[in-house]
Design a protein around this ligand. Structure first.
Ligand code: HEC
Length: 96
């Protein structure tokens, strides 16, 4: 857990936006809580990996669990977890 946290902070520091215009959010569509998703999910991998997925809410939920249990993601606190899930299910749903 400690190494995951360190990685999170390290990567966050290294990936501070350089002021790019359109590509600033790595392809994440505009929407409520995008900043939150961008900050949390871009820590270990590009948000393009997130943006290219289309899942329903239940599968996004499982993806977050998998990210924590298998990939070392720091667990999201409420209400952030709900906000992140809201964004993912709304703007990166399976039928887009
Ligand atoms: C602690 C690091 C870490 C964080 C933070 C993180 N991920 Fe990941 N994620 C990974 C790793 C590692 C993989 C690659 C797993 C693999 O392909 O074996 C991955 C892969 C993925 C994939 C691709 C899965 C697939 O089937 O190819 C998606 C989608 C994803 N992450 C979504 C997210 C979302 C959404 C968040 C934010 C809530 C997030 N990740 C935050 C580590 C992280």
């Amino acid at each position: 857990m400690r190494s995951a946290l360190a990685a999170l902070f390290l990567t966050a520091a290294l990936t501070a936006p350089a002021g790019a215009a359109d590509d600033e959010y790595d392809g994440l569509p505009p929407g409520e809580h995008r900043d939150l998703v961008f900050a949390y999910c871009g820590a270990c991998h590009s948000n393009k990996l997130v943006a290219q997925q289309g899942l329903n809410r239940e599968r996004w939920d499982k993806m977050l669990v998998w990210m924590v249990e298998e990939q070392g993601m720091y667990p999201l606190e409420e209400p952030d977890r709900t906000y992140v899930l809201d964004y993912l299910a709304t703007y990166l749903g399976e039928d887009r």
